[in-house]
Ligand binder design. Sequence first.
Ligand code: NAD
Ligand code: ZN
Ligand code: ZN
Length: 344
Amino acid sequence: MRTVTYVSNNTVEIVDKPIPEIEPDEVLVKIAGAGLCHSDLHLIAMGDDNPLIGGTLGHEGAGYVHEVGSAVTTWKVGDPVLVALVLSCGECRECLAGRDSQCLVASPRGALAPAAPGIGTPGNMAEYIAVKSHHLDPLDGLDPVDAAPLADAALTPMHAINTVRDRLTGDATVVVIGIGGLGHMGLQIIAATSGSRIIAVDTDPAKLAYAESHGAIAVPSGPDAAARILEETDGRGADVVIDFVGVQPTVDLSVAVIAQGGAIRFVGLGGGGFEYVAGIVEMPWGVNIERPYGGNRSDQREALALAKAGKIHVDVTHYPLDDAKRAFEDLHHGSIQGRIVLVP
Ligand code: NAD
Ligand code: ZN
Ligand code: ZN
């Protein structure tokens, strides 16, 4: 079968590999669509001396059940399914507490990322993938090609938003930074599940126009953004900032506009940072900061329910799987609205 394989630093190739054989508790999924995440760009830039080299990429995938293992009773051939991002065990302390994105088996303390398809195990950018039957969610009513990004581009914002759920009151202001694959879903999830006011920040006028068309106040990223946001909030600052970029200017902006008692979620992995000083400094009191990863299966089910109800919609551009190199380049150049989905 054809796969998109990470072959060397910043290089992917279409590589032929055998169709995987399944264990008794596994399902073979025929991939219909595989989303391309900005994290894939970060992953393939990790150098030539990297354990992921040679692996099939793709942590967002959906398709149809093609074959079921002898012990599988929950799925039948032809079922449309979404492949989970975090390959959680379902039995450790964190999983049992509903924090399965921090599963102690998939993500031991210090791991660079939890075990996921395309991040240490064979990914979804292929014609087939073998997965444990409990790592699938039903897609009934959704097209698996366009639904693939729900596995991360919707899951991850859904989770980050659920960690600040009690703050999303009708009089709150949320700043969403980066209206790309994740951000365009985050914006829609906040709009669909809260009455809070949304301020969207991006460098790209097309992304800002998209945000405005979804009811957000658009603020161009740059030196004037902080002043604009403070002005929009009468100097109080934003109750919540979700940074889906994480480069130095957006980390600086997040810290500059957070309200007293507000919450920042750093989702983007752009390498920016800030110095925390435990002292009498300018950062407002009571600020809560978290670095969320992916999401729990409960967040996944919630995002799926919103998609099935038509309340959120992935803006998708299809590329043939064979054009993966071009897709990676186009995402790198920032010319993509919404999410690229590779179609085998
Ligand atoms: P994307 O490329 O689709 O979108 C990035 C967006 O950020 C684009 O709209 C771009 O115009 C905008 N942008 C770039 N520079 C900016 C700046 N200085 N100010 C404002 N906007 C700017 O990326 P994506 O797939 O949505 O991923 C976003 C980030 O989230 C990546 O760093 C990715 O690795 C990370 N990520 C993290 C998790 C997690 O679990 N924490 C999960 C998935 C992705
Ligand atoms: Zn991702
Ligand atoms: Zn676990």
